[in-house]
Design a protein around this ligand. Sequence first.
Ligand code: GDP
Ligand code: IMO
Ligand code: MG
Length: 428
Amino acid sequence: MAIAVVVGAQWGDEGKGKITDFLAAQADVVARYQGGNNAGHTVVVNGTSYKLHLIPSGILYPNTQCVIGNGVVVDPTVLCSEMEYLNERGISTETLAVSGSAHVIMPYHRVIDELEEAERIEKIGTTGRGIGPAYADKFSRCGIRMAELADEASLRAALARTLPLKNRLLQRLYGHPGFTVDAILEQLVPLLPTIRPLLTDTSLLIDKARRQGKKILCEGAQGTLLDIDHGTYPFVTSSSPTAGGAAPGLGFGPNRIDQVVGVVKAYTTRVGEGPFPTELHGSLGDEIRERGHEYGTTTGRARRCGWFDAVMTRYSVRINGLTGIALALLDVLDAFDTLKICTGYMYRGQPLKAFPTDLEVLRDCEPIYIEVNGWQQNITGVRRWDDLPVAAQEYLQIVADAIECPVQLVSVGPGRDQTITVKPVFPT
Ligand code: GDP
Ligand code: IMO
Ligand code: MG
């Protein structure tokens, strides 16, 4: 087993950070391949909670090589403050490598993100971190890459090249004063000595590791339904969180991927705008939110909550080629006497066989539910499949059958040890 990808199979916040950290115990390399600090991954180890936005969740192991790949957009200020945050907690960032080809989120990207969101008639509810505008510049070929942060002269040249364009947009379209090269340099030049040693040809690094038979774990951010192509566009992020994104986002061939583990919650959440067929608006949704502490790691926003949607997750199995799922937050359902699973959609009186790609159709879909028994038992101390209550085992089996993908891991609490392995991702 050389390369495994951990991917969010819903709308993000599925518990990717916790699962990546758990699997990183056996991995040699952990790499982020897309997104930026719009992500918020919470990892709990021995009761201490770590909040990561940009640095891979493998960083909590001292010898694991961590990589921020070319497909990520990097806010240099966030990168340095996150390294400092970890170092202050006794976590070394010595093993971190950042691709010189990763694009930089500049201060003007954050401003444009907010200005664009304010102008939108239908809001997306972005995280305001400059993600969309940074990816837009990458694809418009007017971005600045991390390699240009190697020294002040190249950063100055890069800003001199791009700022006139950006200032014209800011000043003429939005009436914003714009930015000067000197003001941005003043912010970023003090960070360059920290950033310079991180810059690496990370594709080469991963290729060497793979040739040496090392285990490589790719950590997705966001989720499948937030994918720019396959998500609920336009209520999506600006990258490809789906498993296929790992190959261009890190620089290896797609045939190198051996396993794709989809992280799913035992229910569904969404933060930001956009359709959500199984959303619960009343007290049930509130109860799930409170039990699951469903408030965003990045923006603190309350997450919208609803029942597990097998139609959407089956779509995720198809789009990502999932070989197994890690089902997280099962313990959040401990309190309920009955649970619902959405196994189909009704659209204008007709059952739909597949998750619709047309947003207007999705908005009008009514979930078809099956009702199953809850287990009403605290499962946070369970460590083996056989020790799960029968009703919980049945719930997991119904999910696996409905999405046509086996359960590989079950998470029953935020802690590293609160994990049940059904089938190991990296067999020893
Ligand atoms: P990510 O963005 O996919 O990494 O997920 P987040 O970290 O944003 O949100 C998941 C939240 O659930 C975090 O606060 C985790 O600590 C927590 N968590 C993860 N797995 C479990 C679990 O099995 N049970 C409970 N109760 N919490 C979990
Ligand atoms: P993790 O990795 C949940 C959502 C935002 C918004 C949309 C676009 O923690 O699962 P963006 O700032 O990316 O342009 O916002 O995507 N979003 C997330 N939702 N988890 C995330 O990351 C998210 N990252 C972005 O709320 O709806
Ligand atoms: Mg998150």
